[in-house]
Design a protein around this ligand. Structure first.
Ligand code: ADP
Ligand code: MG
Length: 292
């Protein structure tokens, strides 16, 4: 049984020849692709994608975060960067990937657009453009993370199916649980995806966390025959909405930070991929964060 990414590529019309060269093969095979997804908007996907990219990068992994919320891109704004809509220049061929990339050491970010008329009117399929970018550049990275849009559009489903892992972000809100199930159902029935990770965000107590985990993982198993791996959770931080990102994405080594690093460590220890030969282990990273 092929990995999902290989399966999708086998009939993709946009395969990149460079990917198959002997020069790139080893690095390509070791790039782990993760989509941060969940169906519903406002559940924390973008904050979690940014924090994960920052932490992987500071552990020594070359990490690319691609903003896949094509025309409502939030990654740059959360980092306090200007919104430049450069991505539309990739579509028109006026700029290439390297010219649109934001680089912060090992962390590279490709923002998408904000209300771009050019992108809205483009005849190109966004998911195919993104897969084309991935196949052309995965040999340069240890991790590629996709910050997925809300909803169950063709773009969201294809990009989720293309990745090696899907982190479904869910909150205790009933509509978030329902939307996450709908996403898992479409991925299972349309793409044969039988394995997802679950991250419960904004829970208020342990009981609530357990209830979300149980409800969703049992329903997915019973009705879809699919497995749900529990990544862990992030508690609701009791500040005004706009205050969370400043707190979560800052360098501060607070309790939220330590818990999130532990969550990442749990994933990287089980996931294999580039982590079987890390440059600096994530546990070492957690230790360094603790002692400083
Ligand atoms: N654990 C949390 N506690 C409090 N606020 C949070 C938490 N996680 C995310 N938020 C806030 O919720 C809002 C939506 O988050 P965002 O990452 O933009 O969601 P999405 O990408 O799923 O639409 C943001 O204002 C973010 O700072
Ligand atoms: Mg978002």
């Amino acid at each position: 049984m092929h990995k999902t990414s290989e399966w999708l590529q086998s009939f993709s019309s946009i395969r990149n020849e460079a990917k198959n060269s002997d020069l790139n093969r080893d690095r390509t095979l070791s790039c782990t692709k993760i989509s941060i997804t969940g169906g519903k908007g406002g559940v924390g996907k973008t904050s979690i994608a940014l924090k994960t990219a920052q932490e992987f990068a500071s552990a020594g992994y070359k990490t690319l975060l691609i903003d896949c919320d094509s025309n409502l891109s939030n990654t740059a704004i959360k980092l306090g960067l200007p919104l430049e809509n450069k991505f539309e220049k990739i579509l028109s061929g006026e700029m290439n990937f390297d010219e649109c990339l934001i680089r912060r050491g090992n962390f590279h970010l490709l923002p998408a657009c904000n209300g771009s008329v050019e992108l809205f009117e483009s005849k190109l399929n966004f998911d195919e453009v993104i897969i084309d970018i991935i196949t052309s550049h995965e040999h340069e990275y240890d991790y590629i993370l996709l910050d997925c849009p809300a909803g169950v559009s063709r773009d969201a489903l294809t990009l989720n199916a293309y990745c090696d892992h899907r982190w479904i972000v869910v909150t205790p809100d009933k509509s978030s649980i329902t939307d996450s199930y709908s996403l898992a159902k479409l991925l299972s029935q349309r793409f044969g995806i039988k394995e997802n990770h679950l991250l419960v965000n904004m829970y208020q107590n342990e009981k609530q966390f357990q209830k979300v985990v149980l409800t969703l993982s049992e329903t997915i198993e019973n009705f879809l025959g699919a497995r749900t791996m529990i990544l862990g959770g992030i508690q609701k931080y009791d500040v005004a909405a706009e205050g969370f990102d400043t707190f979560f994405l800052s360098e501060g080594k607070n309790e939220f930070h330590r818990n999130f690093v532990k969550l990442l460590l749990g994933f990287t220890e089980k996931a294999g991929g580039p982590l079987s030969a890390p440059r600096k282990s994530v546990s070492q990273m957690a230790y360094e964060h603790d002692v400083h």
